[in-house]
Structure formats: structure tokens, C-alpha cells
Design a protein around this ligand. Structure first.
Ligand code: PGA
Length: 262
């Protein structure tokens, strides 16, 4: 099977407040990571900066994305952005269903509808799933199963071959995180996600090819453990993506081991 390139996704959330700082950070990351073909870097600024940053994309290795598309309805709408506009502004990925978006009320059904709308363009939805708590009875597995079943239900194999799944345990995200998710916990959940997709009768090769990334307090210290022991195909990074040096240190941790691959 073709080796998947690790994906490194920066989720800037609403933390970059001027276009100048967005541009500076984007250029600095592009300079540092634009020449490496070892990983694919996806930078997801708030929607308002996408048009501008789209003009600064110079490398295939550092791709532009964005965050959240709350409604992709086809009717004429005031205040909404369509997937087509996002694509035409040169973004290629969209983070969907982030837990912070779920707190604002987006449901799995809406995430499903939005992902479908996005997939009608040559865009890749990064679909976030994750449980709020880890209960003693392991009911959190059922939470994940339900999210997956509702969000990707009846997606064609072609659509499935274009999605990215981000496992983001909510209790491990942000500066109020309870604790870090361990690589072993990550590995078990990633296996469970693939098993759920197999139970939904998707072909095994297709299921193995879907990138599943991990997000939640990723730092230069723990990054490598998630992509090695944890089995993640990449990382979705929040706070640590706001500083180019820190972000680059994370990138270095997940460069594939060339000697081993030769
Ligand atoms: P964090 O955020 O890396 O700051 O925990 C991750 C996320 O919310 O996607």
C-alpha cells in the first residue's frame, strides 16, 4: 500500500487578529516547510484571511485551508460563504465539526450536510469527532460510533476517499484540557474508528487509506508519540500552530524516518 504522507494541520481558530500577522505567520511557515516533500502542511486561518493568503501560496507542500462552513445551502443567503468561493480563493481543506463549533450548536446531521456540500467541490473536509469525557464504562466508544455513522452515512467510496478524519478528544483540547491523551489511547481510538467504518461496509483498502489525524494539546514534546505509537496519520494543532518556530519543531518530529523507509 502507498505510504500516506503525514498531514500537519494548523488550526489558527480566531487567534490571529490582523491580516499583517496572518500574512507574516503564513509566509514564515511556507518558507520553513515549503521545500519539504516529506509531509503535507495545511494552514487553516479564519475565513476572512483566505482570499488574501490564497495569493501567497507558492508551494504544493504548504496548502491553504480554513475553518467551519456552518451552512452550505444552495439558496441565496445573506451572510454565508459557499464551498465554491472557498475553492476559488485557493483553499483546499475545511475543518468541519470542531468541538468548539459543536458547542455553538452544530449537529452531526449538519456536519454531514456540510461535508456533502463541500465534497461537491474539489475540497477536502477535515471532519472532527471526539468525546466530551472518558467514562468508566467506555460509553465514549459509542459516542464516536454515532458521530461517524451520522456524519459519513451513505457517502460514496469516492467521497470517502477524499475525507480526513480528525480524532480530537474534547477533554484533551485547549489550555483547560484535563490531561493529555496518551498515545496508547489514541491508537485504540484510531483502530476503533477504522473498525466502525468497516462495520459500515466500506472496503478495507479504502478504510486503511483514509487519513486519521490526532488533535488535542499537541506540542513538540508529544507530537512524535502520536504518529508512531498512536498510529495517527498526522496532527491537528491549535495553540502550538500560532508560533512558526514551535510549529516547525512539531513538523520535524513527524518527518518520516528516511533511513527506515529506504
Ligand atoms: P490545541 O487545540 O492544540 O490548542 O489543544 C487543538 C484543536 O482544538 O484543534
Amino acid at each position: 500500500m502507498k505510504q500516506k504522507k503525514p498531514l500537519l494541520i494548523a488550526n489558527w481558530k480566531n487567534q490571529i487578529t490582523t491580516i499583517t500577522s496572518a500574512e507574516k505567520l503564513f509566509i514564515s511557515i511556507s518558507k520553513k516547510l515549503g521545500t519539504t516533500t516529506d509531509i503535507e502542511t495545511v494552514i487553516c486561518p479564519p475565513m476572512i484571511y483566505v482570499g488574501h493568503l490564497g495569493k501567497l501560496v507558492t508551494s504544493r507542500n504548504v496548502v491553504l485551508g480554513t475553518q467551519g462552513l456552518p451552512d452550505v445551502s444552495k439558496s441565496v443567503q445573506t451572510g454565508l460563504i459557499t464551498p465554491e468561493m472557498v475553492f476559488n480563493s485557493r483553499a483546499r481543506y475545511i475543518i468541519l465539526g470542531h468541538s468548539e463549533e459543536r458547542v455553538r450548536g452544530i449537529t452531526d446531521q449538519q456536519i454531514h450536510d456540510n461535508a456533502l456540500g463541500i465534497l461537491q467541490q474539489p475540497l477536502i473536509p477535515i471532519i472532527c469527532i471526539g468525546e466530551t469525557i472518558r467514562d468508566k464504562n467506555h460509553l465514549y466508544y459509542e459516542v464516536i460510533r454515532e458521530q461517524i455513522e451520522t456524519i459519513v452515512k451513505k457517502f460514496s467510496p469516492e467521497y470517502m476517499s477524499r475525507i480526513v478524519i480528525a480524532y480530537e478528544p474534547i477533554w484533551a483540547i485547549g489550555k483547560n484540557a484535563k490531561r493529555e491523551c496518551t498515545p496508547a489511547e489514541t491508537m485504540m481510538m484510531i483502530q476503533f474508528i477504522r473498525k466502525t467504518l468497516l462495520d459500515m461496509k466500506y472496503d478495507i483498502k479504502l478504510v486503511q487509506s483514509i487519513p486519521i489525524v490526532f488533535g488535542g494539546s499537541v506540542s513538540p514534546d508529544n507530537a512524535k508519540s502520536y504518529t508512531t505509537i498512536g498510529g495517527a496519520d498526522g496532527l491537528l494543532v491549535g495553540r502550538a500552530s500560532l508560533d512558526s518556530k514551535t510549529f516547525f519543531s512539531i513538523a520535524k518530529q513527524i518527518f518520516p524516518n528516511k533511513k527506515k523507509n529506504k
